[in-house]
Design a protein. Sequence first.
Length: 381
Amino acid sequence: MMLAMSETPKPGRRFAAALVALLAVSPALRAEKPQATGNSERSFLYVAVPGIRNYLEFGGIGLLVFDRDDGYRFVKRIPTWPVLGGEAPENVKGIAASARDGRVYITTIKRIAAFDIVTEKKVWESTPEGGCDRMAISPDGRRLYVPSFEGPNWNVLEAATGKTVARLDPSSRAHNTLYGLDGRAVYLAGLGSPLLQVADPQTHRIVKTVGPFSQSIRPFTVNGTQTLAYVNVNDLLGFEIGDIVSGQKLHRVEVQGFQKGPIKRHGCPSHGIGLTPDESELWVVDAANQRVHVFDNSVMPPRQGPSIALREQPGWLSFTLDGRHALMSTGEIIDVKTRAILTALADETGAAVHSEKVVEVIWKDGRPLRNGDQFGVGRRQ
């Protein structure tokens, strides 16, 4: 598959992208000290860019840090990979965090690396067979399930070293990965399969499937007790629901009052779905109409409610751990209760930051304390 190149940016965007690319490799931007949080908890967003394909105009290159408790103010840019002369930047494909180890992990189409977010140094880098896509880390921080880049396999890596220790071959065009909250199951979705496959992380074998759904699965999420899977599928403005216990598809829900239309990326109308942590609501993106639709998840199937207009076509969403804010790939931060857009992320040049690879890390006493997930996963257990 060829990399999709950016639409030609406007002159101002070209300048900003070039400036940010230079800033991304500047040693002067490395913070001398970790977040000075004192004995109070403070929340920070870690945003990996380029997180919209390989488009530099949406934040440049690096791991950007934003202070949620200061209105999502830009704090710093941690360098990741430089762009070598004559080479295109690599798309960032996924992000994961382990507060226990003080690390953030980032995948691109070719590699995965571990970054110590206290020292702000790269710990290791690995190039697993077949490249990388959107990975997941075990709750104890010991294992990474890393899909190949739309290939036949998932590689299982030691999080401490990046060493590959196992391989699964579902031959589904590996793409998205989610670890259950209890660490007992890993959910694997491929671009070429209508089945959500469930792996046992003890044996590294696929032990169950959910579906088939109507078409190939795109983004998805599961509830905290891992009884239900909510999935986007190709050609659907909306979502489908599967019973993880029985393996059967339960419902198909189409967004009402809006029509499918031209989309810039991903090739499907809804590419982004998430449960609020308390599971009271399900949020689903709508690229063509530049909106996110909110569904009441207290009834089954979920009932459509309000829709929120966004500044660009969305392609992902997640939530803060406390469930108060929705984190949109457009960089907009939405108050879940009031539906108001509180702010929009901007980098050190003032340019808008967009990314589908965002994770929250909460700090205390100068150390990471706990972390969220790049998926909008339900947390009721």
